[in-house]
Design a protein around this ligand. Structure first.
Ligand code: C2O
Ligand code: CU
Ligand code: CU
Length: 517
């Protein structure tokens, strides 16, 4: 049942994808309409927590809680947060530290707290196997043994990750190390170094977040998106720059939206880090594409004192050339139903006013770090991960659509089963995983407990994809490979996850489990 699709003759489907996905292949520097607005909400800098330090041991107390936040003027939005009403505080520790994180759940729902991008024992991972029931606490302990990076943490409750992250259970976890300090990069938190957690929400008239209902097939299929863009929980915010060099630790914390980011004056900026930490060399670009769960650190020079807006340029055409695809029955139907010819829409993310910025004393070096070359090491195992949006049988998929079951999405033909171990990996070995996207949507593929390098990517490897990654965007019809060395934590009972980081896909089964032995 292999079908050939010619996208050039499929205008509405193409438009639809332009509108929804907009993945950058060709940079188009056009943007006038969106950016002249003046933003006035204060840029929100999440509170920084350093924990309680006793030598190399650092103790954090986290409380997962409900709260009320003012996101739209005069409206109270029920939100969830960690140590604050909405989103998590920024945690910070150092390579070599042993962290002890005590997580209490004050919600009336079971949740988890996952350390995304961290190399750690499976029991400390915070995935679906470490549920924290209402009123209970969970202790996650591990030693940080990886370079400086912008990692993050978020809820990972089975079938509910999408809703729980949407409500606010996500925050940034910054790891420092001595080597990166010597580079003199902007690194004063809240002064010239900022987390930028980008999320899109659908907000009801009464201020409440609108997530998806059981029968909302479109959002289930495409992932939940919304028209209101938040940065660190605030819309239309303005960052008054104090320094002329600004470091932004951008995290796409959205459930499903992929952003093509650029400044409205199309100025260039430098990419310094990817998910797993500093690149070997900084890269100068005018735009970046960032998929859900990815982190890209950039440094932008605002010494000209301008007022600039970071925007999502949805006009960048993202389809690429998909030669053929093995598309399922339901996916085909869904794509035609949801096809939309409305023009792609740009979004303002936030604004920087540099009129009062003082000159920074540093510059961004070209050489930033040296990555260990594992390509010469023997490859212990090669695996293939085939991503599909359904199992292909018309009967199953129609039943699924009608009954709203969550088993629409598969990896290697299987939907996630928490009682099934899909792969067994040997600790300390190097593996190559081939990720094959046999669907019409792009999927950001994530693996727990590792930082990998991207190899053999059809559309080329550039920018942040040259660095260490724990999630990689796989375009429709694309095949790529990742190579990684699995850390030496063994536990044949407790699995780690790999999955699509469009949270609605993860919740509907595009996830699998591996143990390291
Ligand atoms: Cu960020 Cu398994 O997730
Ligand atoms: Cu993860
Ligand atoms: Cu997906």
């Amino acid at each position: 049942k292999s079908n050939k699709f010619n996208y050039t003759n499929m205008t509405s489907r193409r438009q639809f994808f332009k509108y929804l996905l907009a993945i950058a292949i060709v940079p188009i520097p056009v943007l006038s309409a969106v950016s002249k607005k003046i933003f006035s909400n204060k840029f929100s800098v999440p509170r920084l927590e350093l924990g309680e330090r006793k030598g190399k041991d650092v103790y954090f107390n986290l409380n997962i809680q409900k709260g009320l936040s003012q996101i739209l003027p005069g409206k109270a939005t029920p939100t969830w947060g960690i140590n604050q009403p909405f989103l998590g505080t920024t945690l910070r520790a150092k390579k070599g530290d042993s962290v002890h994180i005590n997580v209490s759940n004050s919600l009336s729902r079971t949740t988890t707290l996952h350390w995304h991008g961290v190399k750690l024992p499976a029991k400390a991972d915070g995935g679906p196997h470490q549920p924290i029931h209402p009123g209970k606490t969970w202790l996650s302990e591990y030693e940080i043994n990886q370079p400086a990076a912008s990692l993050w943490y978020h809820a990972h409750q089975m079938h509910e990750t999408g809703e729980q992250v949407y409500n606010g259970l996500a925050g940034m976890f910054i790891v420092d190390d001595d080597e990166s300090k010597l580079l003199g990069l902007p690194s004063e938190y809240g002064i010239d170094d900022f987390p930028v957690i980008i999320q899109d929400k659908e907000i009801n008239k009464d201020g409440s977040f609108e997530y998806i209902g059981r029968f909302d097939v479109e959002a289930g299929m495409m992932g939940k998106m919304g028209e209101t863009i938040l940065v660190n929980g605030v819309t239309n915010s303005l960052l008054s720059a104090q320094k002329s060099l600004i470091r932004l630790r951008i995290l796409n914390g959205s459930n499903a939206r992929i952003y093509n980011l650029q400044f409205d004056d199309n100025r260039s900026f430098k990419i310094i880090a990817s998910d797993g930490g500093l690149l070997e060399e900084s890269v100068s670009v005018n735009n970046i594409t960032i998929a859900p769960a990815e982190r890209i650190e950039i440094v932008v020079d605002v010494s000209d004192g301008a007022r600039i807006t970071l925007i999502h340029n949805a006009q960048m055409d993202g389809m690429g050339n998909m030669e053929s695809s093995e598309m399922g029955f339901f996916e085909t139907i869904a794509m035609s139903i949801f096809a939309d010819d409305s023009p792609p829409k740009n979004y303002n993310i936030f604004q920087i006013d540099a009129s009062k910025a003082l000159p920074s004393s540093t510059t961004v070096p070209i050489k930033l770090s040296t990555h260990q070359d594992i390509s010469q090491e023997p490859i212990a195992e090669r695996r293939t991960m085939l991503l599909k949006m359904e199992d292909g049988s018309p009967f199953t998929t129609m039943t699924v659509a009608i009954l709203g079951s969550k088993d629409l999405m598969t990896i290697n033909g299987k939907s996630m089963d928490i009682n099934r171990i899909d792969e067994v990996v040997k600790a300390g070995t190097v593996e190559v995983w081939k990720i094959v996207n046999a669907s019409m949507m792009a999927h950001p593929f994530h693996i727990h407990n590792v930082q990998f390098k991207v190899l053999n990517k059809m559309h080329g490897i550039k920018g942040h994809e040259l660095g260490y990654k724990d999630v990689v965007l796989v375009q429709p019809g694309e095949t790529l490979e990742v190579v990684m060395k699995f850390p030496d934590f063994r536990d044949d009972k407790t699995p780690y996850m790999y999955h699509c980081h469009i949270l609605e896909h993860e919740d509907r089964g595009m996830m699998g489990q591996f143990v390291v032995v």
